[in-house]
Design a binder for this molecule. Sequence first.
Ligand SMILES: NC(=O)c1ccc[n+]([C@@H]2O[C@H](COP(=O)([O-])OP(=O)(O)OC[C@H]3O[C@@H](n4cnc5c(N)ncnc54)[C@H](O)[C@@H]3O)[C@@H](O)[C@H]2O)c1
Ligand SMILES: [Zn+2]
Ligand SMILES: [Zn+2]
Length: 393
Amino acid sequence: MKAVTWHGRRDVRVDTIADPAIEQPTDAIIEVTSTNICGSDLHLYEVLGAFMHTGDVLGHEAMGVVREVGSGVGDLSVGDRVVVPFQISCGHCFMCDQQLYTQCETTQVRDQGMGAALFGYSELYGQVPGGQAEYLRIPQAQFTHIKVPEGPPDSRFVYLSDVLPTAWQGVVYAGIPDGGSVTVLGLGPIGDMAARIATHLGHRVIAVDRVTERLARATARGIETIDLRELGGSVGDAVRDLTDGRGTDSVIDAVGMEAHGSPVAAAAQTAAAFLPDFIAKPFMQKAGVDRLGALYSAIDIVRRGGTISLSGVYGGAADPMPLLTMFDKQLQLRMGQANVKKWVDDIMPLLTDDDPLGVDSFATHVLPLDQAPHAYDIFQKKQDGAVKVMLQP
Ligand SMILES: NC(=O)c1ccc[n+]([C@@H]2O[C@H](COP(=O)([O-])OP(=O)(O)OC[C@H]3O[C@@H](n4cnc5c(N)ncnc54)[C@H](O)[C@@H]3O)[C@@H](O)[C@H]2O)c1
Ligand SMILES: [Zn+2]
Ligand SMILES: [Zn+2]
């Protein structure tokens, strides 16, 4: 089959590799019909290379049709149309019983000290072959699937793999009070969708980015925006000007570890990306730093006693945090990978023909799998209007 594989920093290729096969009774194989590129893939493309191996298959936002099943997959059958959550979880352990599917004790990557295994996400998360491919093996398939109805196009459901539950959890974790306000930092797919969901739930949303077409997507949906390029002072001051000098009740950081405006950490990340893996890995695990521009803004923007919700991924082991301010402002902080299946029942009623969240027009680019190297390039460089790319094998 054809698959998108990692070869080095900013080097992904479409290789022909062996088709996946059933390895455990709880496995299923799907034929992938749509599979997205995510902002999380860009971290592998740029700064987390030390944890990747040449030939690793990328991707964690796939959907398709079940072609083969093992004997232990419950009611999953050949021919079912399914979306695949980005995390692999069993559905019956202590953590899964609490709907903490990203912490599943059956798939936890214990030798790395990490939570549940993820598709296509480096050795830190189990080195499981990912979904940017013609076929995908799904471990723990009895639980790691979302059945969706026949009829509507893939665009209706494919974002259940990641974008929708991540944005939904980001909004829930932000604890926005009734009639309250939230600043959303970053208008990539995650921030864009979080802004849509918070608006749909009746909150005031102020969305922040520095890319014209990303800001325009939010403005077109009636969302207030701040363009970082036009600010004289800090984004905190700009938000306080709009909120009686107080700041918003909550902030969602949908940027993560590669934020703009953090030159020192950017240099450290780039240096680490060029080190040989055996030096870079321990360096990242002990002394690694993130670009904290967005998180620092969040701490500044949020009103006293407010809540910050981190959807953006951070990976630093030695990040300096302004605890004086965080403690004094009495902030609450919630974070983590989204527990995908916890939110599906809340989201499904919004995936109807009238499409209140705009999922059917969410992708800016729908390309054949062969075009993946080009797609990664324009998505990372924010060229050609790329906000969300869907690949169709
Ligand atoms: N928690 C989860 O389960 C989960 C799931 C998916 C993605 N993520 C993470 O969410 C983050 C966003 O993902 P995405 O797909 O939307 O990616 P993206 O890279 O397309 O979006 C990031 C956006 O942030 C903007 N930005 C950069 N610096 C900023 C700053 N200082 N202030 C405000 N905006 C700034 C960029 O212009 C860009 O539009 C990534 O870190 C990704 O890894 C987390
Ligand atoms: Zn993703
Ligand atoms: Zn489990």
